[in-house]
Design a protein around this ligand. Sequence first.
Ligand SMILES: C[S@@+](CC[C@H](N)C(=O)[O-])C[C@H]1O[C@@H](n2cnc3c(N)ncnc32)[C@H](O)[C@@H]1O
Length: 260
Amino acid sequence: MKTLKDRYEDVGSRWRQDFSSIRRPDLFGKFIDVIIDNAEFESAKVLGLMSGDAGLELFFANHLVGLDKKVELDILDFSPAMIKVAKSEGIILRKIIGDVRSAKIESEYDFVILKFGLHDLPREDQPLVLQKISRLMSENGRLILIVYFSPSREAQVHYNNMITLKDELVGYKSERHFATLGEIVDMVIKAGLKPKIKMLSESKINYFKTELLDSGSRKAFSAKLFQMNIFAGIDDSLGIIHTADGPEITFPLATLTARK
Ligand SMILES: C[S@@+](CC[C@H](N)C(=O)[O-])C[C@H]1O[C@@H](n2cnc3c(N)ncnc32)[C@H](O)[C@@H]1O
């Protein structure tokens, strides 16, 4: 069985094209409004964790340069294939290859961005990573947390099962966990930070168009979803719609900022 890291190594070169509905580059402008939020600063050290291609981090850094701010951008990801896609376009960019849970990071940061990373960590590691982030933030620092979340406890069981199943069918073992928004807010508070929910939106994911189609596992996925009772009357609350390519799953997403 392969690991989650292997999976990102496999999809890295396709991340920008095939997974753009997940990445939501169309929302970058709105994310920036939320991030800036009346902040007064001349220069900023920015850290993007589990950054992948660092689309938002680079967009943000370029925005700051456009406002005549000085910017230093560090990004971290455990997949060399994912981080390789990050192109600096004039910004000084330091790439760190490492696991967010164990990487030694010495600096302090004014902005820490964690976009679509939390759910990739096992449940028990999520609060630990948020505590680590809290320690990495400067006194006036901000965390920008963009998350997929489970809309309810009932839906959470299905969301987690669906992803575990999809991961298994394409050949690797994962321990991803989609917390509810309430659980995420609690974890942020327990990490010593004051969170504010700034924006709610959604992301549509059709695994048939990406990994399941490649691996030829689409039939097995569909059959298993029926078996798991996911299509039996509760697909409305789960945001699953049937398309010609198979079920399209809507993951709610939230943008939070948090300070010390
Ligand atoms: C869903 S992708 C999000 C990438 C990017 N932030 C975005 O919004 O497009 C999750 C990223 O986290 C990385 N990742 C997953 N687990 C990690 C870990 N334990 N440590 C470091 N990076 C990790 C993956 O390699 C991948 O690039």
